[in-house]
Design a protein around this ligand. Structure first.
Ligand code: ADP
Ligand code: MG
Ligand code: MG
Length: 496
């Protein structure tokens, strides 16, 4: 269904089926194939020169050695998504409410443990996180300075025109670096070719997430109040999306002159020390802020060493972004529990805020209701089945939902408690050019968009509660999943 245009070694080979390429966004004239070639070529050059890059999976060391085996990050050639001002405002407004909500829920240890008690029985990964959480409860550990760098993801439901939340991420939200760059790419292309395309570069919405996130981490560092302390980034040993992280690390160093080090969990286990007073010391330096870009998937814990590191960090007095409580609030199960009647009311006081949050909830169900399961078996295409996982590639869609539910039903109901069922959201598709690995594909594409946000408080004082820019992930309508590094989706910008 797509028209690949291969761009290799500066030579563009065309494989255009009937000689024409149809419109990409409504109102956009047919693109002349030669113009398209030039756009793709310029975009690939710009990406390479500006660090819109990821590690190339074909090259083994690309995930561990910076500067080795780089390929441009997948991007949309032109902005695919155009927004109504009101949806945009709605999403930004929700960001600060979700910040508060996450903080409130994180303080209710009993709610977290009870909501996840079924998951605990069948999912060893979540179970271990819950163990760490209950140990902290037993120790009566107080997190006085609490920080969240979150991203709430949405899709616009075509039928109802409602902005519906896909999920709320509380750990390792990524792509802020790439997302800030892709807007720059689009502006660059439209400056040169906008007139031919009928698009105005000024209308590409700017994005400042990197600076805002760096500023937020610096503010947290400041609350720790030790000028010699450092920021610790917890990373994966192999991370093809490392440049995204290096953008943030570099910005932290340059804008705030902070010492930032990156360690894997295994390294932290081997090289760090927890002093009796709670001070965490790595390489002889006191840690003020721990920023997690690892630890959100079972794959990050290949041995006991990583679990020891997670516990050690949690016990420390460093500011954790996120703490294990914040981490657990971001689980799919908690998302579903919050959508139950009268649960938001336990955490938010303002009734307007409750109404706003509830309005963006899609249908969410636990699988302990047989009538819900029966309905999903009958209409599997209307649902997504989600296990308790993060990082893309885990959900079940379409006919597989039926098969999985029938299988899970047989295994017994306990297995079902680790999954949630969600209404499938169907956004409007529009034609788009997706550039992956130097090849331009024309696709009917749909977009998901996330609003980043930052929250920081010290006891009763809220120091920061802001929305922090956006991420647009665009993918072929035919693709169920949406990860960028996984190769399902491309990063994109907003055209207002
Ligand atoms: P993860 O934490 O793994 O990113 P998500 O809930 O974001 O989990 O699901 C991954 C992808 O699956 C999303 O980016 C989106 O493309 C798709 N998806 C998830 N939930 C829905 C839904 N309710 N309707 C349509 N697509 C969905
Ligand atoms: Mg997620
Ligand atoms: Mg997601």
């Amino acid at each position: 269904s797509f028209l690949p245009i291969k761009c290799s070694a500066g030579v563009v080979e065309k494989e255009i089926q009937d000689g024409t390429i149809r419109t990409i966004t409504p109102g956009l004239p047919n693109i002349d194939p030669e113009l398209l070639e030039r756009l793709v070529h310029d975009a690939l050059v710009w990406s390479s020169l500006h660090g819109l890059i990821v590690g190339d999976k074909r090259i083994q060391r690309s995930g561990s050695v910076p500067g080795v085996g780089m390929v441009h990050a997948p991007f949309a050639l032109l902005p695919t998504m155009s927004f109504s001002e009101s949806h945009w405002r709605q999403a930004c407004e929700l960001a600060t409410i979700f910040n508060e909500l996450v903080d409130r829920v994180s303080m209710d240890g009993k709610f977290l443990q009870e909501s996840l008690s079924g998951t605990k029985k069948v999912d060893p990964f979540t179970s271990r996180l819950l163990d760490i959480h209950s140990r902290m409860q037993q120790m009566n550990k107080k997190e006085e300075v609490r920080m969240g760098l979150l991203r709430s993801d949405y899709m616009l439901d075509a039928k109802t025109n409602l902005l519906l939340q896909v999920e709320l991420n509380t750990i390792s939200c990524s792509f802020y670096g790439l997302s800030c760059l892709v807007g720059g790419l689009h502006r660059h292309l439209l400056n040169r070719y906008g007139e031919h395309l009928g698009l105005d570069s000024e209308r590409v919405l700017g994005n400042n997430t990197i600076n805002q996130y760096a500023d937020a981490l610096a503010k947290a560092w400041n609350e720790y109040n030790n000028p010699r302390a450092i920021v610790l980034i917890v990373g994966q040993a192999h991370e093809r999306n490392m440049y995204d992280q290096y953008w943030l690390m570099n910005t932290l160093k340059e804008r705030h002159d902070l010492t930032v080090i990156r360690k894997t969990m295994a390294q932290i286990d081997a090289e760090s020390e927890l002093r009796p007073d709670g001070t965490l010391v790595v390489e002889g330096q006191e840690v003020a802020v721990i920023y997690f870009r690892a630890g959100y998937t079972p794959k990050d814990y290949p041995s006991e060493s990583e679990w020891r590191a997670k516990l050690l960090m949690e016990q420390s007095s460093a500011i954790k972004c996120p703490s294990v409580s914040y981490h657990l609030v971001g689980t799919k199960k908690i998302q579903q529990e919050l959508a139950k009647p009268n649960v938001l009311e336990r955490f938010l006081d303002n009734t307007d805020d409750i109404t706003k949050v509830r309005k963006c909830f899609a249908g969410l169900w636990s699988l302990d209701d047989p009538s819900v399961v029966k309905n999903a078996i009958r209409n599997p295409k209307s649902f997504v089945l989600k296990p308790q996982r993060e990082g893309g590639g885990n959900n079940i869609y379409g006919e597989d939902v039926r098969d999985a539910l029938l299988k899970l039903d047989k295994k017994g109901s306990e297995e079902l408690t680790s999954y949630i069922l969600m209404q499938r959201i169907f956004p409007t598709a529009s034609p788009a050019f997706l550039v992956l690995d130097g090849i331009c594909h024309q696709e009917h594409a749909i977009s998901e968009f996330g609003i980043y946000s930052a929250y920081l408080r010290n006891k009763e004082k809220v120091i920061l509660n802001d929305d922090c820019g956006y991420l647009i992930k665009t993918k072929a309508q035919s693709s169920d999943e949406g990860g960028i590094v996984a190769g399902y989706a491309v990063s994109d910008s907003v055209y207002i």
